[in-house]
Design a protein around this ligand. Structure first.
Ligand code: NAD
Length: 423
């Protein structure tokens, strides 16, 4: 939900959440004022208004953004979102979270994000292709394999990345696979990238269960969102023997207290373009999913879902954030107070950017890995980042979110101070 700055009784918007989290972490870190102030700001914000020809010949104007939050550690990295809820503030928040996420998992990247205000479901493939190609050419001054590397996010997918790669390559005159990640495999994509975020969410959940002493009991999982992250998390959890009791998408969800047959749910979803009325399950609303009786809740749809309005009724003992920013600051406080263990987005969904990094490395080297290598390196990096976060949480007696941001902010701050303030 996006609201204006002035309505303090309304739910905060994503950028307000991101800034509040930052201030909290910086306060605990006792960073010097100059460094703290510098890192609070996005470095560049780019707004483009551009025309797209609809299939019936009409020309329609669209607005898109690309924000580079921080580039101290390397070229900026971040997804592109197509949604009617896109705002500059949302893109700023997502770019800032990318800075912390990349730093937390030790990738040589800064943070970026892009978005176009559009409902992709209302466009044909040819319209989406024209929109993507025009948005890409508007971004040419900003993007390159050495400066800013986009990837998919909500409403975009591997095909979108293929169009971006082709548009960029046609502009420079030769093929540049490393300009985007999350591409189809046949044009330089990485094995395992499609599944990476959802799989990483479950890797994180298993680590959390082990460390919280919950590894040897029956675990019931509820997942909000059945897109790239949610469906892959559901499938990997199912394959690992967990009971996925509820899943949902924007329309609504389904529940079976004994666990859903996820491969069958996938078939049903494809055939019916929705989850509802899956045989042997009960239809539920999205709000009901968040409050359902389960052990682990995985929000994997969008930001601002767990708020002060519903946080006190969440029954899960653990929340693993597949989505970016699903929990507002007020909700965070309520959940922490109630002892709900939260693995924050910057850690839990970092599998996507980690395998994006592998894809970029493979493209630059023109040397491709097998999927076992991708998964092995993914787990190694995620567990190392989990460990750094858990250690910070213990040493500073704080929650996992603040700890993860502290680890990340400290790394960027150290690099900034080594490089110095320009000029
Ligand atoms: P997607 O477009 O593939 O799927 C989004 C899902 O959320 C769909 O099932 C949609 O129906 C559902 N949804 C949309 N609006 C909703 C609402 N208001 N209530 C409930 N459900 C809703 O997107 P995705 O790539 O799976 O991304 C999901 C989240 O994960 C986003 O917050 C994104 O930023 C984050 N994320 C994605 C990746 C990635 O690699 N794709 C990586 C890191 C983080």
């Amino acid at each position: 939900m996006v609201v204006s700055y002035n309505h303090t009784h309304e739910i905060e918007n994503a950028y307000q959440t991101a800034l509040a989290q930052y201030d909290r972490a910086v306060h605990k870190l006792e960073l010097d004022e100059n460094t703290a102030e510098y890192m609070r700001w996005p470095r560049r914000e780019f707004t483009v208004n551009f025309p797209v020809r609809r299939d019936d010949g009409r020309i329609e104007m669209f607005t898109g953004y690309r924000v580079h939050h921080n580039t101290i550690l390397g070229p900026s990295k971040g997804g592109i979102r197509y949604s009617t809820a896109v705002t500059l503030d949302e893109v700023r928040a997502l770019a800032m979270w990318m800075t912390w996420k990349c730093a937390l998992v030790n990738l040589p990247y800064g943070g970026a994000k892009g978005g176009v205000i559009v409902d992709p479901k209302t466009m044909s493939q040819t319209e989406l292709e024209r929109l993507t190609r025009r948005y890409t050419s508007e971004l040419i001054p900003l993007i390159s394999p050495h400066s800013d590397i986009p990837a998919p996010d909500m409403g975009t997918n591997a095909q979108t990345m293929a169009w971006i790669m082709d548009t960029y390559s046609m502009t420079v005159g030769y093929s540049v696979p490393a300009i985007v990640t999350g591409k189809p495999i046949n044009i330089g994509g990485s094995l395992g990238r499609n599944e990476a975020t959802g799989r990483g969410v479950i890797v994180c959940m298993m680590e959390a269960l082990k460390r919280q002493g919950m590894a040897n009991q029956r675990i019931r999982i509820a997942i909000q969102g059945f897109g790239n992250v949610g469906s892959n998390a559901a499938l990997y959890a199912y394959e690992q023997g967990f009971d996925v009791v509820a899943v949902s998408d924007v329309v609504g969800g389904i529940y079976n207290e004994n666990g859903l047959d996820i491969p069958a749910v996938e078939e049903h979803y494809k055939a019916n373009k929705g989850l509802t009325n899956f045989p042997g399950s009960q239809n539920i609303t999205n709000e009901e999913l968040l409050l359902i009786d389960c052990d682990v809740l995985i929000p994997a749809a969008m930001e601002g879902q767990i708020t002060e309005r519903n946080a006190s009724q969440v029954k899960a003992k653990m929340i693993i954030e597949g989505a970016n920013g699903p929990t507002t600051t007020e909700a965070d406080d309520i959940l922490n107070e109630r002892g709900v263990f939260i693995v924050p987005d910057v850690l839990a969904n970092s599998g996507g950017v980690i395998v994006s990094y592998f894809e970029w490395v493979q493209d630059i080297q023109s040397f491709f890995w097998d999927v076992e290598e991708v998964y092995r390196q993914l787990e190694r990096i995620m567990i190392k980042a989990y460990d750094a976060t858990a250690q910070m949480a213990e040493n500073k007696n704080t929650d996992m979110r603040t700890a993860a941001q502290m680890v990340a902010i400290r790394r960027v701050a150290d690099a900034l101070n080594t490089r110095g303030f320009y000029p």
